[in-house]
Design a protein around this ligand. Structure first.
Ligand SMILES: *[C@@H]1O[C@H](CO)[C@@H](O)[C@H](O)[C@H]1NC(C)=O
Ligand SMILES: *[C@@H]1O[C@H](CO)[C@@H](O)[C@H](O)[C@H]1NC(C)=O
Ligand SMILES: *[C@@H]1O[C@H](CO)[C@@H](O)[C@H](O)[C@H]1NC(C)=O
Ligand SMILES: *[C@@H]1O[C@H](CO)[C@@H](O)[C@H](O)[C@H]1NC(C)=O
Ligand SMILES: *[C@@H]1O[C@H](CO)[C@@H](O)[C@H](O)[C@H]1NC(C)=O
Length: 298
């Protein structure tokens, strides 16, 4: 956090106000990329419903609204715990144990939120629906991104890496920020000419080439009662332990060794999040799939 401090003193002053415990999710770029990938895989009816729900300011593009939930964290303070889940410093996730806010309210974590907003969106088209489905959509799109950022399902003691200070090459950062922002920035700079769209195109290309055999596995969701967000959280805590936290301690410098072994994980998680967001939205809005049992909040 020290590097931006020099250049952006005002913004930094605001950060503690915006969020007491945790920094934001995937940075803006990560969320936009997830949603740009999802948009490509929406069915015609899901795309039409999304268009109808998006606010005017979105200009017809879901991706422009995917960072929205982070911008709302000050105003919607109650929603702050919905961006992540903490485990009691163990490498597994259990909904009943880990999905609650600091006041112990069950379901108030990223997994509960994905199920909640999915459930609300099932009332689309019902004139009696009392939800603001524009918000439901914008929350859902954001939280499906978040649950795929490994350190959003991570240890309580270090607040998902927020209290682990490291150097990202020569810059000071915390580990959480490295996974939200720094790895993505470095990838964009090294491989994609600093262009978000070039990176999205490359990830889309990977989905039809390198990862094509994996995609059906990513889409596999047996859970008819709720979304498979619980499974995505379990994947994330495993990735946190096996990649994000691995070989990291306070004040360590993370350079090429860390970067080259971790960036493929980040790229894959962005792509998985995009595919799975599309899957959830298609299940909700595709009338052909009306026989799918509606989801219920866990
Ligand atoms: C579900 O959504 C409602 C409306 O936004 C909100 O008040 C509630 O806290 C949400 N619960 C979870 C678990 O996301
Ligand atoms: C629904 O939420 C959006 C985004 O917060 C807001 O702009 C809009 O006014 C809300 N709609 C209603 C009917 O409250
Ligand atoms: C990289 O981006 C710059 C402008 O941002 C452009 O002039 C240049 O042609 C791009 N290079 C490649 C290889 O796309
Ligand atoms: C993704 O595509 C890029 C080229 O755009 C390629 O260099 C990279 O190896 C691919 N990754 C995978 C996992 O297929
Ligand atoms: C990390 O570095 C800071 C100063 O930069 C120092 O105060 C602190 O003791 C160090 N922590 C560890 C665990 O080395």
């Amino acid at each position: 956090m020290a590097a931006p401090r020099a250049r952006l003193p005002l913004l930094l002053l605001l950060v503690p106000l915006l969020d007491a415990g945790r920094a934001a999710a995937w940075g803006k770029e990560g969320h936009i990329m997830v949603c740009k990938i999802a948009e490509k895989y929406l069915s015609a009816s899901a795309a039409a419903a999304v268009q109808e729900l998006l606010p005017e300011a979105a200009g017809g593009e879901l991706s422009t609204m995917c960072p929205w939930a982070d911008q709302m964290r000050f105003r919607y303070h109650w929603a702050s715990p919905l961006h992540y889940a903490n485990t009691p410093n163990v490498c597994n996730f259990k909904f009943s144990r880990d999905c609650h806010n600091s006041r112990g309210q069950q379901g108030m974590c990223v997994v509960g939120a994905i199920n909640n907003y999915t459930d609300q969106l099932y009332s689309y088209g019902d004139p009696k629906s009392s939800y603001n489905l524009t918000e439901s959509l914008m929350f859902l799109a954001h939280f499906v991104g978040d649950v795929h950022q490994p350190l959003h399902v991570a240890f309580e003691k270090d607040e998902g890496g927020n209290t682990i200070m490291v150097h990202w090459y020569r810059r000071k950062a915390n580990l959480h920020h490295v996974w939200d922002v720094s790895i993505i920035d470095t990838v964009m700079k090294n491989f994609y000419n600093r262009s978000l769209d070039t990176m999205v195109d490359a990830l889309k290309g990977n989905l039809t080439n390198g990862w094509s055999d994996d995609v059906s596995h990513w889409e596999n969701c047996e859970n008819k009662r709720a979304t498979c967000a619980n499974d995505y959280a379990i994947e994330s805590i495993h990735l946190s332990c096996n990649y994000a936290y691995k070989d990291v301690e306070q004040n360590v410098t993370l350079g090429d060794d860390y970067y080259f072994s971790r960036y493929p994980v980040v790229e894959k998680r962005l792509a998985q999040a995009g595919i799975r967001l599309a899957l959830i939205l298609n299940r909700i809005f595709d009338k052909d799939k009306a026989d799918v049992i509606p989801l219920h909040v866990q």
